[in-house]
Design a protein around this ligand. Structure first.
Ligand SMILES: [Mg+2]
Length: 410
């Protein structure tokens, strides 16, 4: 039998309200609600902390209704940029324990720690460490479910909160979950639940033992998968976080080994950088339309300029041509250069790249795609632009590659 995976589901408790309290500790011991506009009659409660919850304040309550339940309720407006920042900081902690971190909404993640748990003790150790660290370092609490599938890990994180860990194992999952109503697992909405109820299916246990053919006939693949999930079969593929990161720009820069004195010299460096950036864009299936050039002169002054082209690209030729146009505009060879950096931003998915009928880039695209294939097979340096081959200006070690996916607000 295939060994079971170890999957955690981590869920930040009362996320928006917890962020507000972490940000402003003076309100953390009082009832707090994150709400829409207070002056508007239709302002509602978007989130509340544990204390407000004890007064019966519910998400979706109209503000005056919530205030009636809890007259001292502190209402704050949402700060979504700040919540995103908290979310990123929390995910960064998860990523220290595995690269398989799959976000689900802004405040929940699945972590597959099957291969990495051995470095940190047991699954329970990892869960408790995460709980502790996030409380201390971020100032919010999480609930963790530990299980062998995503469905049960998520269910586990719902079972006990705040600041708690629940284990649902292959041995105890039936006993722990089969009496629960259908709505307690992910994937069962109100409509689905009503339809299942008509077949006399009310609990997870009812669904697990129901005739598979009837489920399949009535609900198709969705029903089939749902039934498998409650049986604890499959449903254990946690995505890698890299698939979820939004890259905002792709850039590359270098400090040259000797100062760059003229256009001929800079061309080879720019060519080298553009070629590498274009390759990375293509690998990520991205195109970009804003090309920025930053040059640092040997008097240490930076000069930069950006230009946005009409058609988003991931071809080194296009990026190079635009970069050199910018270089011509901002640098007159009087003061030699020490560093050169090129960045492509305003990124778009390659799927949106349209080749028109008379597109001269068609051949170029075929060529650059062929280069990618050769490099994938024989390594990046197996094929390089002639101009930059073994160039004395380029210190390969000093190349700074960066995909900027962080627009930190602080
Ligand atoms: Mg949550």
């Amino acid at each position: 039998m295939q060994t079971k995976k170890i999957i955690l589901h981590c869920d930040v408790n009362n996320f928006f309200a917890s962020c507000e309290c972490a940000l402003n500790p003076s309100i953390k011991d009082q009832p707090v609600a994150v709400t829409g506009e207070v002056t508007k009659r239709n302002g509602i409660v978007l989130a509340k902390n544990e204390i407000a919850k004890r007064f019966g304040v519910k998400t979706g309550d109209v503000i005056f209704e919530a205030k009636r339940k809890c007259p001292d309720l502190i209402c704050v407006r949402p700060h979504h940029k700040i919540y995103e920042k908290y979310s990123r900081r929390i995910r960064a902690i998860y990523e220290e324990y595995t690269d398989k971190v799959e976000p689900f909404g802004i405040d929940e993640c699945w972590l597959d720690i099957t291969d990495t748990v051995k470095f940190f003790g047991s699954a329970l150790d990892v869960a408790n460490t995460l709980r502790q660290r996030i409380k201390e370092e971020i100032g919010v609490t999480i609930s963790v479910g530990i299980s062998f599938t995503k469905t049960f890990a998520k269910l586990g994180s719902d079972m006990k909160k705040p600041d708690a860990v629940t284990i649902i194992s292959p041995e105890n999952f039936k006993e722990r979950t089969y009496k629960l109503p259908l709505g307690s697992i992910i994937g069962v909405g109100k409509k689905m639940e009503a339809k299942l109820n008509k077949l006399n299916i009310f609990t997870l246990g009812d669904l697990a033992s129901f005739d598979e053919n009837i489920i399949k006939r009535k609900f198709g693949i969705v029903g089939e998968r749902l039934q498998k999930n409650v049986q604890g079969v499959g449903d254990d593929e946690v995505q890698n976080i890299e698939n979820y990161k939004v890259v905002k720009s792709v850039g590359n820069g270098t400090t040259t080994l000797v100062d760059v004195k003229n256009k001929k010299e800079i061309r080879s460096v720019v060519m080298f950088l553009c070629d590498e950036i274009a390759t990375r864009l293509r690998n990520k299936h991205l195109t970009g339309s804003t090309i920025s050039v930053s040059l640092r002169r040997n008097d240490l002054i930076w000069i930069s300029k950006s230009h946005t082209i009409l058609k988003s690209t991931n071809l080194s030729k296009d990026i190079y041509n635009t970069a050199m146009e910018i270089v011509d505009q901002i640098w007159n060879e009087v003061c030699p250069l020490r560093s050169i950096r090129i960045t492509v931003s305003n990124l778009d998915s390659e799927d949106n790249y349209q080749l028109d009928l008379f597109d001269t880039n068609r051949n170029r695209k075929t060529l650059e795609n062929a280069i990618d294939k050769i490099r994938q097979k024989y390594g990046y340096n197996s094929i390089t632009p002639l101009l930059s081959k073994n160039d004395r200006l380029i210190n390969q070690q000093a190349l700074r590659l960066d995909d900027d996916d962080d627009d930190d607000l602080s």
